[in-house]
Design a protein around this ligand. Sequence first.
Ligand SMILES: [Zn+2]
Length: 455
Amino acid sequence: MKLTFLGAAGTVTGSKYLLEHRGHKLLIDCGLFQGWKALREMNWELLPFDAHDIDAVLLTHAHLDHSGTLPLLVRQGFRGMVLATPPTIELCTLLLPDSGRTQEEDAAFANRHHTSRHEPAQPLYTEDDALLALRRLAHLPFDTPAQVVPGVKATFHRAGHILGAASMALDVEGQTLLFSGDVGRPDDLLMRAPAPVTPAHWIVVESTYGDRLHPTQDAEAALGEVISYTAARGGTVVVPAFAVGRAQTLLYMLYRLKQRGAIPDLPVFLDSPMAIDMTEIYHRHRAEHRLSAQECAGMCGVAQMVRTADESRAVSRSRFPAVIVSASGMATGGRVLHHLRQRLPDPRNTVVLVGYQAGGTRGARLLGASARCASSARTCRCARKWRRSKACRPMRTRRSWCSGSPRRHGRRSACSSRTANRRPRTRCASASAMSWAGWPACHCWAAAWSSALEP
Ligand SMILES: [Zn+2]
């Protein structure tokens, strides 16, 4: 038996492990590298095996960093089965074609604007490739051992991460390997707790957050606090959210906050067709999560679903306080970009980052800028001034206009910043991040609770 790590080693994306045993080859997960450009370029490297030689693929869950290379594998000649839990397959039927579409749109954009060194720029794979890959998906329910190739049995156990997410035990002629997949929390609001770990000779475990403990902060209370605070000054809260998992958790939190009157009765918009479809899938798989039928209906009913581009533009233009939940979660694309473009210049608004922000993404730049600005605010005069005045009045420092409120909002990173009117060449870290993203470099107000909501 030989195990080769082809991704998610030294980085957290691109999960892909090759298991070889008595002439058979299995792939455990087949994910995309995401984040920094150097990582994304690894998606273009030739797979270090012949796709025809792979007997089967076992998917732990549907997130693209675990499933997003399947269309490429099928295009390169893989003809075996891809085993996954039924909810994972349902999520993949939406995620993979969408990923192919996005690749095609990115290539078309690069060709129109000549932003690629390749002429013409090509998509990594197309929507059609993804649709072909879907034909290879086959159900393997939880807790049901199945022989994948002679001498190798696989069993999926609930991992509590997203709908359908599994840890996987592989029995290889009496030797057991356990692949954790992405593991959820035992006390997650939505998902059932991960199943207890089964005995194993070897464990391959995800370690994205292996260097820290879960914060004790109540994420729902923190979300309520920032929504109330923002609404009180006439602002809107924009939440870039992952369409699968995080968007549904947010909707459920918003439903609970509204139910107990912890936030004003603001309109909530879910502006992501993908997240809307995903939310309906959660509705159909009630046995896989903790919500009752009534809570599920509440989660779906708390938001106005924004499907069309025209509706999305109307939401973006509205100046009434609201909560806008929109994909993508790391602001790498999608409709959230035009909401950020519209809302970031106005310091009354708040951007809430509620998930892991991979290095190299706009979300990571925004988060980094926010944290740097907040830490400088703790030491500079303007922070003290802010506490006295409790007003969003930027104070000039040597390098930037910068103010923050570490005492009042001590549990979060927050900043309000402005490029120096009198010194146009100096700008604070936040403004630089906005400028890099092509957004107006004037104000931003950003709050980050990513650690509070991380799995
Ligand atoms: Zn995941």
